[in-house]
Design a protein around this ligand. Structure first.
Ligand code: S3P
Length: 423
């Protein structure tokens, strides 16, 4: 695919909807595959990552039918062994959650993905699955994909997360559905709660607890019941428009139906602190943003699980703000679709941003941006962050590897066109 060329624009004005939440979409597909009966889902993410998970549950025996108008029906129940590797594409959520789901199935599976997936750490899911009794192996004895999973015969465990990760929490909870006895996950910094929310909504028995700074969730073994679910819009995609509207004079953008549950709207708090004119109505999901001058802030390590995917676009906001913004405790960004500390520093740096990585801290000082030739590094969020920076840069920006956006937001360019047209 050819690179995207983005020229600076005037204000963004209008109302749009972003794709269905990616985290919720993966989980809904997996839970529907496990449920006896037919589930109906509307508003699923139309990105490539979720399409991979859909193909995988189909290969495992779920019957998935497009019923028109963005509605799909999924008949789940008993899953069957597949004699070829299951391809998660670029999706870390896909591979880690499916590892848990497949560890509970009494057959052998192999999970694989693209070059980025093959570099990302999988010990964080292999370790707890081994404690539960699964036989799991990474490539060449390493904790890297492809992963070979010989599932079944699991026992429940109590597991304290060594990293704040909703993917690991979700993996262990999915495995817990097929274990003997209850399975508990303990975290010291709350990560997104989609697995717990959806499992509870779909008839499974979960119990939450807290002890000082620690929170826990315990799942009992069981099968979800078939369900009907509308997937809310993805806050991580809405964040691109929130920052774009904040930094482009004259803008006023409303993103409708944005998920408003726990550990996903940290970017709204940070932008508010920076002086943004932003509100998120929890009832309608409307995220409303008007242009406003921004000033730097400190994002603490405790806030990071609630905005982990938004750091690249918040770095763009910081580059357009007065003064310095510091993101503390963001080491996890090194093991995302790209090494996001390195790619934020290099690509926004090419555009004239003053970005410095110091250990696990990212420091951005406000400065004028200029158009440049940048690269997505096959990372959708780096591509879109550069596109938003390009809207306020002096001169055009060429983004190589733009096709990466298809993993989560294939209609980003079209939505940009809609908002430009609204001006
Ligand atoms: C996700 C959790 C986060 C996030 C990812 C989606 C999820 O990863 O970065 O894009 O759906 O559980 P970690 O759990 O590894 O932080």
């Amino acid at each position: 695919m050819s690179p995207l060329v983005v020229a600076p624009v005037g204000p963004l004005v209008g109302r749009i909807r972003v794709p269905g939440d990616k985290s919720i979409s993966h989980r809904v597909l997996m839970l529907a595959a496990l449920a006896d009966g037919t589930s109906t889902v509307r508003g699923l993410s139309d990105g490539g990552d979720v399409a991979c998970t859909r193909r995988i549950i189909e290969a495992l025996g779920a019957d998935v039918v497009d019923a028109g108008d963005g509605t799909i029906s999924i008949r789940g129940g008993r899953l069957e062994a597949v004699d070829h590797p299951l391809d998660v594409g670029n999706s870390g959520t896909g591979i880690r959650l499916l590892a848990g789901l497949l560890a509970g199935q009494p057959f052998r599976s192999v999970l694989d993905g693209d070059a980025s997936i093959r570099r990302r750490p999988m010990d964080r899911v292999l370790d707890p699955l081994r404690l539960m009794g699964a036989t799991v192996d990474g490539r060449d004895g390493l904790s890297l994909a492809p992963l070979e999973i010989r599932g079944g015969g699991l026992r429940g465990i109590e597991y304290r997360l060594p990293v704040a990760s909703a993917q690991v929490k979700g993996c262990v909870l999915f495995a817990g559905l097929s274990a003997e006895g209850p399975t508990t996950v303990v975290e010291d910094r709350s990560s997104r709660a989609h697995t717990e929310e959806l499992m509870t909504a779909f008839g499974l028995t979960l119990e939450r607890g807290s002890d000082g700074d620690l929170t826990s969730v315990t799942v009992q073994p069981g099968r979800p019941t078939a369900f009907d679910h509308d997937v809310a819009g993805d806050p991580s995609q809405a964040a691109f428009w929130a920052v774009a509207a904040s930094i482009l004079p004259g803008s006023e953008v409303v993103v409708g139906n944005v998920y408003a549950g726990p550990a996903r709207s940290g970017f709204v708090d940070v932008l508010s602190r920076m002086g943004a004119d932003i509100t998120h109505d929890p009832t309608s999901g409307d995220l409303t943003v008007r242009h406003s001058g921004l000033t730097g802030t400190v994002v603490t390590a405790d806030e990071v699980p609630g905005l982990v995917d938004e750091v690249p676009i918040l770095a763009v906001a910081a580059a357009c703000a007065d003064g310095q913004t510091t993101f503390e405790g963001v080491g996890e960004l090194r093991v995302k679709e790209s090494d996001r500390l390195a790619t934020v520093e290099s690509e926004l740096g090419r555009m004239g941003a003053d970005v410095r990585v110091d250990g696990d801290t990212l420091v951005v000082r406000g400065s004028a941006l200029t158009g440049a030739e940048v690269d997505s590094h096959h990372d959708h969020r780096i591509a879109m962050a550069c596109a938003v920076a390009a809207l306020v840069a002096d001169g055009p920006t060429t983004i190589a590897g733009w096709d990466a956006v298809a993993t989560s937001y294939p209609t980003f360019e079209a939505d940009l066109g809609l908002l430009r047209g609204g001006a």
